[in-house]
Design a protein around this ligand. Structure first.
Ligand code: NAP
Length: 312
């Protein structure tokens, strides 16, 4: 396989930190663009990986970072730049700018992280994922799109977040407990991307739905986390009227732990139809057997965070 020059946007996040070691092991030279390289220095110890501070909303900076690259990978998560809180001004805008910068800089190849059910339902998150996908597909670039269901793994926002809530709350009121999801392991998602980077030609012009073999309701996921953690916190499924209220209140809290847009996203089941893993020769991992291992890591992190809080 030919080693390439890759530029990764959003590579310092949850998925990126699992993807970079795989890409590094393939021998590529990888530039990761970040708002703050100092916070992510640990990733730069990987062979071939360098972290560069860049404002990805600055077209000139983006073009300069892409100059001479062969491949761009866009993993940027939910954005809220400059206080704006609309996905359209963020995910779609960034994708448009990235495509233009790739074309201007002569970068022929784009891997775009999207989401299962992109373009469906009523949430801004899913609608704008669909709009961004349409831009990618209409571009002159060779593209591959990844559409995962909710992703679990070390450092995720699913198992660790619910484990923390279940430890702290006497009762856990849960909006959209009946929503169905097919959690997929971060190691499988990153293997899918790494295979498409490695086997470039067959992956061109393909969208891959990436979902795990277990289809669970959100309530079922939270119950599985609670049971695996040895907790007994009652879980209270909320009717949609109260779930909406919970989303409105939580959406006003710092860090927005849950929002109306999350509520709307959960109204669309995150369950796939076309097995992208099978197409890539990957047998995806089920969710529940991973829980004991993930919870050990989450508990360790919880203890560390607690110690840090006490020391302040
Ligand atoms: N996690 C899931 O369950 C899941 C499921 C389906 C799809 N996805 C999609 O997969 C992609 C990666 O997910 P993830 O969980 O790894 O995301 P993440 O950890 O939230 O974020 C990825 C990176 O995006 C960059 N970013 C965030 N806000 C930014 C801003 N305002 N300006 C510039 N960069 C910004 C950050 O890099 P810096 O801080 O270094 O700038 C961050 O490390 C996302 O597109 C996500 O929507 C995730």
């Amino acid at each position: 396989m030919k080693a390439r020059q890759l530029v990764v946007l959003g590579g310092t996040g949850f998925v990126g930190s699992h993807l970079l070691p795989r890409l590094s092991a393939q021998g590529h030279r990888i530039t990761v663009l970040s708002r703050n390289r100092e916070q992510h220095r640990a990733l730069a110890v990987l062979p071939g990986v360098s972290i560069r501070s860049a404002d990805i909303y600055d077209d000139a900076a983006l073009r300069s970072a892409l100059a001479g690259a062969d491949v761009a990978i866009n993993l940027v998560g939910i954005l809220n730049p400059h206080g704006m809180n609309t996905f359209r001004r963020t995910h779609v805008d960034l994708t448009r700018r990235l495509i233009a910068a790739c074309v201007d800089s002569g970068v022929p190849r784009l891997h775009q992280m999207s989401s299962l059910k992109a373009g469906q339902g009523l949430s801004d998150y899913l609608k704008t994922r669909g709009e961004a996908e349409a831009l990618v597909k209409a571009s002159s670039l060779h593209w591959t799109i990844y559409q995962p269901s909710v992703i679990f793994g070390e450092g995720d926002g699913l198992v660790s977040r619910f484990a923390a809530l279940l430890r702290q709350a006497p009762v856990l009121p849960l909006a959209r407990a009946q929503s169905r999801l097919a959690p997929t392991w971060v190691g499988d998602v990153t293997e899918a991307i790494a295979r498409c980077v490695r086997d470039d030609h067959p992956a061109r012009g393909h969208s891959y739905e990436l979902y795990g073999p277990e289809v669970l309701t959100l309530g079922g996921i939270v119950r599985a986390i609670r049971d695996a953690a040895g907790l007994h916190t009652p879980i209270l499924p909320l009717p949609d009227s109260l779930g909406r209220l919970q989303a409105q209140v939580a959406g006003m809290l710092p860090g927005k732990p849950f929002s109306m847009d999350n509520f709307r996203s959960l109204r669309t089941d995150s369950v796939g139809k076309t097995d992208g893993y099978a197409a890539l020769g990957i047998v995806p991992q089920p969710f529940t057997p991973w829980l004991p291992l993930l919870l050990q890591g989450a508990a360790r992190q919880h203890r560390l965070d607690d110690m840090r809080k006490r020391q302040r």
